[in-house]
Design a protein around this ligand. Structure first.
Ligand SMILES: Nc1ncnc2c1ncn2[C@@H]1O[C@H](COP(=O)(O)OP(=O)(O)OP(=O)(O)O)[C@@H](O)[C@H]1O
Ligand SMILES: [Mg+2]
Length: 231
């Protein structure tokens, strides 16, 4: 579904990503892991076309997308829920949902019933300003907005960061459901280890801008965790 090959990225003259290669197999949940500041968000931004790699290539769904502009990648079927959620705080829930769709040329109304069955709270809060929602509700809104574009690949950057346990469970259930429906591949950046282990089929671990471990989730052993993830 997605593969990165030998990706290098520099920001302001310093190299941030070094020879990053990994794949997200079709229909799988792949978790990108690593301590703070190792380059996870930078990797996702590169996949979305927000940062140009100085070397390497990105292949999505059989097409080389390395130099495709971000909006075309979105149209090709990559949905992105950024770290920190980035919903529009001054727009209502309803407007937030519409904006995501209009930006990608789809009508919102078609997918709304499904969104409300996944996240019933959003239906109750349609007229409320995005900024008035709790962190967990904003995360659900951000995921809903990405889902309305009907992505083939959904990319989530730390969806559990700063969120209450009951909402984390709900988000986990939603991600699991999306996988079970089988229409979507998911790339998840996650530092909450239990959540990542429970959900994922594959993992990739980064350290200081490079991939240092990866494979089927069963290979994420305590010694790998100790070596690369424990702070
Ligand atoms: N715009 C930028 N300008 C300069 N340096 C940057 C910029 N964005 C990221 N970096 C640096 O790149 C490195 C990787 O950052 P990145 O945000 O990708 O890490 P991360 O793994 O997502 O971390 P976290 O777990 O804290 O979200 C860090 O050392 C960071 O300081
Ligand atoms: Mg990050």
């Amino acid at each position: 579904m997605l593969s990165l090959e030998n990706i290098e990225v520099s920001i302001g003259g310093s190299q941030i990503l070094r020879d990053v290669s990994f794949t997200v197999p079709t229909g799988s949940i792949t978790c990108l892991m690593g301590r703070n500041g190792v380059g996870k968000t930078t990797t996702l931004r590169t996949i979305m076309g927000l940062l140009p790699p100085t070397r390497g290539s990105i292949v999505f769904n059989g097409c080389k997308i390395t130099s495709m502009p971000p909006e075309e990648r979105a149209r090709a079927g990559i949905g992105f829920v950024p770290q920190g959620r980035e919903i529009f705080p001054h727009l209502t829930v309803e407007e937030n949902l519409h904006v995501g769709c209009v930006a990608r040329g789809k009508s919102a109304s078609s997918g709304l019933n499904r969104i409300f069955s996944l996240f019933p709270i959003l239906k109750d809060f349609l007229p409320r300003k995005g900024g008035m929602l709790s962190g967990g509700q904003q995360q659900q809104l951000a995921i809903a907005r990405a889902l309305l574009t009907e992505p083939k690949l959904l990319i989530l950057d730390e969806p559990t960061e700063g969120i209450q346990p009951n909402v984390i469970d709900q988000i986990g259930d939603t991600i699991r459901l999306l996988r079970e429906e089988g229409k979507m591949s998911i790339l998840l950046v996650e530092q909450y280890l239990e959540f990542a282990k429970e959900l994922s089929d594959y993992f990739t671990i980064m350290d200081r801008g490079a991939v240092v471990a990866g494979g089927p989730i069963e290979k994420l052993t305590d010694s790998v965790i100790q070596q690369h993830l424990v702070v």
